[in-house]
Ligand binder design. Structure first.
Ligand code: HSE
Length: 348
């Protein structure tokens, strides 16, 4: 059976959840025809660890925050990201670090180093995909590897690959989505009578919103996701800055109550739409949807995407858009895509 060697770049919530899934049930992937072995981990806090024979994941998962890989065989207190990505015996780089929405760093450099040295990349990071998706996909092709990023939109709920693989033969004219769980949760709680501030505090307590929820509520998180959907599914070439963006901070309790009285629900909608002249325009803005809209009934922190198609009309998918394990599943679905790529290339 084929064994893929993984390097985990970043050992925070998502990559820890992936490591836990592999450690708990190493045979989880046997039915798919491959096994996974983690041969390297890097992290700002822990440093780096490279063990070509495979790292004991139960051991590293039990290390408390604040400890270091220094002292372990192949360990260092220094993350050494560039060296590990370029030189470790990994087949697949699993990139789950911090990313700046402005320049995509440091994640985009990690992706470039990996693809440039002939390693596949799977990532949940929006920044590199939204800002440099086309360049990185080209770089992967030139190096005979693949760049996979299902978790960049709707975390573990597959929408990018689903649309590309399963909606073949349909003409997509628009993609509309509820792509930020925090803002959808907040708007729903305001329908229950909470003020915006109280609803945000609740979302933070439940772990949906970031400590600084500006990116969630101000629309910049959705803007990156809309740029990805527009470019991937509608063939656009948009930069996130070209996505006109308004968040939900201006929606008051009165606005919410007034909409409800008229049978409507405020939602933060990310949308990309092809005009009659073929141009793709994209936006993020709060919209009061009528109850018959496919996205009107999406409640709580759930995400959803509705595709406007020529033969099926609206085709809507909903599911989790956040969460450690859910996002780790996106990495697994990307690794399955890597395996399929290897099989098509007759390397497995
Ligand atoms: N903070 C995001 C949300 C999850 O609330 O949907 C990651 O994209």
């Amino acid at each position: 059976m084929k064994t893929y060697n993984l390097a985990l770049i970043g050992f925070g919530g998502v990559n820890r959840a992936l490591a836990q899934l592999i450690a708990d049930d190493p045979s989880r992937f046997a039915a798919l025809g491959f096994e996974l072995r983690v041969v390297a981990i890097t992290d700002l806090a822990f440093g780096s660890l490279v063990q070509g024979g495979g790292i004991n994941l139960a051991d590293v998962l039990s290390m408390p925050r604040g400890s270091s890989f220094e002292g372990l065989a192949g360990g260092s207190s220094d993350p050494r990201n560039e060296q590990v990505i370029k030189d470790s015996p990994a087949d697949i780089i699993v990139e789950a670090t911090f990313t700046s929405p402005v320049d995509g760093e440091p994640a985009v450099s990690h992706v470039r180093w990996a693809l440039g040295t002939g390693k596949h990349v799977v990532t949940t990071n929006k920044g590199p995909v939204a800002l440099f998706g086309r360049e990185l996909t080209d770089l992967a092709r030139r190096n005979g590897v693949t760049f996979e990023y299902e978790g960049a939109v709707m975390s573990g709920t597959p929408v990018i690959r689903l649309a590309k693989k399963l909606l073949g033969g349909l003409e997509l004219s628009a993609v509309q989505g509820i792509l930020n769980g925090t803002s959808n949760y907040v708007l729903g709680r305001m329908e229950n009578g909470l003020t915006l501030d109280k609803a945000i505090a609740e979302a933070q307590a439940l772990g949906y919103a970031e400590a600084d929820p500006t990116a969630d509520l101000g629309g910049s998180d959705v803007r990156l996701k809309v740029a990805i959907l527009a470019n991937e599914l509608l063939g656009a070439n948009l930069q996130p800055t070209e996505v006109e963006t308004t968040g939900i901070q201006g929606i008051s309790s009165d606005d919410v109550a007034d909409a409800l009285a008229h049978g409507k629900h405020w939602k933060l909608i990310g949308e990309a739409r092809r005009d009659s002249d073929g141009r793709v325009a994209a936006s993020v803005r709060p919209v009061a949807l009528t109850a018959d809209h496919p996205l009107a009934g999406i409640t709580g922190a759930t995400n959803a995407v509705s595709f406007s198609t020529d033969l099926l009309g609206a085709y809507t998918v909903s599911g989790p858009g956040a969460g450690r394990v859910e996002t780790a599943y996106a990495l697994i679905s990307d690794i399955i895509a890597v395996d399929q790529f290897e099989k098509v290339a007759n390397r497995v």
